[in-house]
Design a protein around this ligand. Structure first.
Ligand code: AMP
Ligand code: GLY
Length: 422
């Protein structure tokens, strides 16, 4: 079988490595991939946002099955374009990917179907938003409607900050047209949990839970990033919480999307906050999380291709999906300066024996050497019987990898470890 994975990050590398455990796969393509992924797949130098170009390539290459991993191509209709060429895909069509593509859509969906989330108001007029903020409870959260590389969320501690955020989004167009409409929402508190799920539009199968570490610095300080590390499972996500999420959030969401004529097939990511009033949705993503995938897939015992095809074919109810009861920890090694300016082009040393545990996010290959080529450079994942062993082992991997200007957090998993001890 010839497979295509659309995307270029650590998430895509993890998907590719897991898929390749299936020996019926004879050719694996990544579009565009990166230098590291190029050691496990054939990289295709094309723009994943040119969805017609992706579909044309897939047709010409005789691709049998495609996985579309990133948000942008999904929201732009990459799955629709591939399906139009007769290529079966893993991922939602554009009309379902809107659950991530528009925060206004997802908030209105939750309100209509009674799915617990932060209280909110939508604004498309700046003056109305500003006058609302004269009396809104503080802190408050301002969100740009559209995709904004995970940066379209501002938590404002004061009224002034909140108003500034509104002006940056709606007047200064800090996130382009994503800020034409904004959501102002209630500030929630509680531990955060990421739950990725497989869904074929009818059945929803949650994967093992995980915990992201979004801030750049130790002890959750510094700027928000795409994610600096993850652990799985998330200790706050007890069986009782899981059952409540299934009944109050997961099933109602799948049914709501079907009722709206937008059946969701693929990986639906629930970003949850366990508030004193129960679990609430912080955000939906229409795709696997990054770096959640780098801890979740290493714990998946079932064959990934089989599960993905069941999602595509609508037969998930008949397909077993099992996870190991071990623990995983992924530490992201970034370029110093990320998420702001950083240098790139430094040679990377990754010992061959740990390559299966390394997911490359930002690298290019030059004369047989991998050079850093991004903010997040790679993730190193260890699996062990206990969380503390997984953390120690992941940092053991990090110590064996080197490149100039490498930066990583030293406390990935520390909060989870504390939660387990309480
Ligand atoms: P997002 O880009 O939607 O994942 O949001 C980024 C981060 O902002 C989340 O992981 C939360 O930590 C935080 N956040 C988003 N919405 C809220 C909210 N309503 N209350 C408190 N924190 C929030
Ligand atoms: N790690 C968060 C995300 O993938 O959006």
């Amino acid at each position: 079988m010839k497979l295509l994975v659309v995307g270029s990050g650590g998430r895509e590398h993890a998907i590719i490595k897991k898929l390749k455990e299936n020996t019926t796969i004879t050719e694996m393509y990544a579009l565009p991939g990166n230098g590291g992924i190029g050691r496990d797949a054939i990289c295709v130098d094309k723009d994943p946002k040119d969805v017609a170009g992706v579909a044309a390539f897939a047709k010409e290459a005789g691709i049998d099955y495609a996985v579309v991993a990133p948000d942008d191509p999904l929201v732009l209709g990459c799955v629709d374009a591939l399906e139009a060429e007769g290529i079966p895909c893993f991922g939602p069509r554009a009309n379902a990917a809107i659950i991530e593509g528009s925060k206004v859509f997802s908030k209105n969906l939750m309100k209509k179907y009674g799915i617990p989330t932060a209280a909110y108001e939508v604004f498309d007029d700046m003056e109305a938003a500003l006058s609302y903020l004269d009396t809104a409870p503080i802190p408050t959260v301002i969100k740009a409607d559209g995709l904004a590389l995970g940066k379209g969320v501002i938590i404002a501690q004061t009224r002034e900050e909140a108003k500034q955020a509104v002006v940056s989004m709606m007047q200064d167009k800090m996130f382009g047209s994503s800020g034409d409409h904004i959501v102002v929402e209630e500030f929630l508190t509680g531990p955060e949990v990421s739950v990725l799920s497989f869904t074929d539009g009818n059945v929803v199968v949650p994967m093992i839970s995980s915990m992201d570490h979004k801030r750049a610095g130790d002890n959750d300080t510094g700027l928000n990033t795409g994610g600096m590390g993850t652990v799985a499972p998330n200790p706050y996500y007890t069986p009782a919480v899981a059952e409540r999420c299934m009944q109050e959030i997961f099933l109602p969401t799948i049914r709501a999307m079907a009722a709206e004529g937008r059946p969701f097939k693929g990986c639906l990511y629930f970003g949850l906050m366990l508030t004193p009033d129960g679990p609430k949705v912080i955000e939906y993503n229409c795709r696997f999380g990054d770096p959640e995938t780098q801890v979740v897939l290493p714990l998946l015992e079932s064959d990934l291709l089989t599960v993905m095809q069941a999602v595509t074919n609508g037969t998930l109810a008949d397909t077993p999906v099992t996870f190991s009861d071990k623990h995983a920890c992924c530490v992201i090694m970034a370029s110093k300066g990320y998420p702001q300016a950083y240098e790139k082009g430094f040679p990377m040393t990754i010992p061959a024996d740990i390559w299966p545990q390394v997911y490359v996010a930002g690298a290019k290959e030059k004369d047989g050497v991998l050079l850093t080529n991004g903010g997040r450079v790679l993730g190193a994942t260890a699996v062990a019987d206990s969380l503390s062993d997984a953390i120690t082992a992941a940092y053991g991997l990090v110590e064996r990898i080197s490149f100039d200007n490498a930066y990583y957090r030293h406390d990935i998993g520390a909060k989870a470890l504390q939660a387990k001890e309480v």
